[in-house]
Write a new protein. Structure first.
Length: 122
């Protein structure tokens, strides 16, 4: 089960939740009033912030991370805090649209180390 924290009016968050469900995840999605608090409490580095924050099996997922990357993270049990797709790149899950762009999924840990995990091309 993935717990997705989001604002009530966020359409791209709803589309990302649908993407997760299409890949077999069960999703609980509480609406929150202060996303910054959620991000700080879960150790998301500020430079990686996006619109929503999710928790799954001990990992933090920030932003529009593709479900297959999350599934690989869970299968490999990587020693990171989580994955992030900073900002909201067009073409990432939930942000589909004209002129998709290349974007990178980053891993991060409690020490603040950020590394590239995967790059996705349109």
């Amino acid at each position: 089960t993935v717990q997705v924290f989001k604002y009530a009016t966020c359409g791209c968050c709803i589309r990302w939740i649908s993407h997760l469900q299409e890949h077999g995840f069960t999703v609980k999605a509480p609406d929150v009033g202060d996303m910054s608090k959620v991000k700080v409490e879960n150790g998301v580095p500020p430079r990686l912030y996006s619109c929503h924050t999710a928790l799954v099996d001990g990992y933090v997922i920030e932003g529009h991370v593709p479900a297959p990357d999350i599934m690989l993270l869970l299968a490999e049990r990587s020693e990171v805090s989580g994955f992030a797709v900073p900002v909201m790149p067009i073409g990432s899950p939930g942000m589909e649209g004209a002129n998709p762009e290349t974007y990178t999924v980053l891993s991060f840990d409690d020490a603040g180390t950020v590394r590239e995990f995967a790059t996705h091309h349109p």
